[in-house]
Design a protein around this ligand. Sequence first.
Ligand SMILES: Cc1ncc(COP(=O)(O)O)c(C=O)c1O
Length: 484
Amino acid sequence: MSENSGHWDAELFRREGHRMIDWIAEYLDGGARELPVLSRVEPGEVSGRLPSVMPETAEDPEAVWRDFEEIVLPGVTHWNHPGFMAYFGITGSGPGILGELLSAALNVNGMLWRTCPSATELEQVVLDWLRDGLGLPEGLFAFLCDTASISSLLALAAAREAADPEVRRLGMAGRDDLAPLRVYASDQAHSSIAKACLTLGFGLEGFRAVAHDEEYRMDPEALARAIAADREAGFRPLAVVATVGTTSTTSVDPVPAIAEICAAEGLWLHVDAAYAGSAAICPEHRWCLDGCDQADSFVFNPHKWLFTPIDASALYTRHPEIFKRAFSLVPEYLMTPVSGQVVDLMDYGVQLGRRFRALKMWWVLRSFGAEGVRVRIRRHVELARAFADWVDAGPTFERLAPVPFSVVCFRARPPGVDDPEALDSFNMELLEHVNASGEIFLSHTRLDDGIALRVAIGNLGTTQVDLDRCRELLTEGVQCLSTL
Ligand SMILES: Cc1ncc(COP(=O)(O)O)c(C=O)c1O
């Protein structure tokens, strides 16, 4: 076989590895900024430039690099770009990237404690550090999932197990003894909650959206009324999902009041803090987790605001035994001499195989330290507040929601555009104007007043200069669109 037979020899690996690390170092050190943050390719353009059959023989690494740079890279929207302020800004930090690389090299499958004791134990240690760092109660059990969507799905499956252990044996279909189940969340909750209801067989009817108040927080009185009405109508209330940091505005549901209702009604309380949970590492933001000590389960995503490359979602629970009851199913070939004496992470969810995600998180936390994380989160919040002040200061823009963390919801209010539909269209065009620049990428949402643009700060490279540029593009866009 040739030197390059696919599984490279050490020398070729080293050469290609150095090339790749050099490329990444430049990308992180300003290189990303030179590329359009939002990919400009047309649908089908990337696949159209790639061969439709796989290579029959080993290809030259040069050719692969060339195609990466010429074909793949133009089709990348750069989430690691300082101008990325859409959805939630995120960062794959240097230590996280290298931790990911190392975990690929080890290529372990942490399905059982025995298949990689460090994968299981590092996961427990890192999540305990974060539990304490966020001020969550001691004694919570935790494990990593890929995404908050899956964490919430597993939590609601555990809630179902707690409510009716017969579901494991009998399922739910055709049972006279099981009333239709209902899950409650605010109408601002992430769509993953309704999706979990679909997946678990509750149907969309099994999801009930509760009204929000003037600051986009769940109205606990509306929740109590919904539960009472549903009991009356023959539904079986199962769980409430409170959101700390909603997707549109980052509002924080009143968890203490919701927890009280859950306790009185015997409902599972799941808290979705996917984005904002990380902020609780700063004492001044710790308030956002008030009441979360009462939660039966709690999720936050280190891949959102803890500088960890996608994916990593941390799921905490007071009831590991219920998760185990819901999910553990151990065939002979997965038995080990220590089964039952150790934590086998396959027992707590659907998946068997499991990546060594804790390694990158460990690398991130040791490299930043809690204080390093706090400094960066504070900086993002300061940048967002300064942007909100600018929105508030002039007549051209108006803010559409409070700014508890690092996301600002606002819209342009050009003179003479008052009709709600015209205002929405104007703002959507303004969004496209900014996004066409290639320097800044923003996204939008719909709030009570109409379409809102969102500036979401979360990338470690983002500075005041990027926000100044964002302001310029917005101002220039309003001028351009107003003269059309
Ligand atoms: C509050 C909230 N929950 C859940 C999610 C879904 O996250 P994931 O992509 O990890 O499933 C998001 C995504 O933005 C979110 O904002």
